[in-house]
Design a protein around this ligand. Sequence first.
Ligand code: ISE
Length: 324
Amino acid sequence: MSVGVGVIGTGVMGSEHARLLARQIPGAHLAGVFDADTARARVAAAGTLVFSDPQSLIKSDRVGAVIIASPDATHAELALACLAAGKPVLCEKPLASSTAEALRVVQAEVALKRRLIQVGYMRRFDPGYQEMKRIKDEGAVGATVLLHNQHRNAQAPDWFTGPMAVTNSFVHEIDISRWLTGSEMVSAHVTSGPGGDPLMITMRTDRDEIVSTEVYMNASYGYHVHAELVGRQGTVALAPTSLTMRNKDNLGGVSYPDNWVPRFADAYRRQLTDWIDGVTTRTPVGASAWDGYVASSIAEQVAAVLAGSGSAELIRTPRPSLYD
Ligand code: ISE
């Protein structure tokens, strides 16, 4: 039985999820969409339903699962509404715009005694990051000592405000660093460039590993995400993802995409496919609401030191057994 998926928000990510659901995700189909911009919603709906508001989408009998791809500030409330309706939900990152909001979502899911939320930390589904984790987990490079992350956007999205380089972008490195190392972050130090761009964020883990991340929102040359894990006996890093190498006018090299959609196209498709498999078999996959809470909590603490001392011992909450 195909799962009808409703998509809330048809911006860059929502329209991509709708496009994939319309024809590329086995076991699922696009049931309909909502967006405050009805013209944009109509295009993304591609002939399916256009709902008048998010609540009617969530409650619709045509919708068996929900994707939240609306503005960050709306994620927590909509996730709570999906929990109340008993609907599985893939919530785009971040789960919430504050620690308190994220904790409310976790508490609501714990009260339900059932994991319905997956958070859209899709790099866990990227083949390159999965290969890095496989190599690290089999011990091929020895014990981890360092993880270097690089997160460069060609230019900051026009909807970017305030500390979103941390709460919207750096959250990816918080989650993927926890996932790759299997460790928890215990402290953070932030050095900020002119106008807060770029940022250098150094975290230490509970296994004394060092995690460094460069977040550069206006790198201009292209969208370029990289990671290298350094062990006691070797290193493993993401390979260039360019499909071609080009030589011209005494110069040669790889190409870079304009943004994250083409760079992580495979990861988005695999994330949706595995999510739908998990919905169908009731076996949650990917980043949980707890992972979403940890990422949002660390991001809020890092954003808070941006203007201050630059360092923070990270406050951590015990993980509920629902997420063991
Ligand atoms: C954007 O929202 C994403 O999630 C992208 O994956 C990330 O690279 C970008 O920096 C964010 O703004």
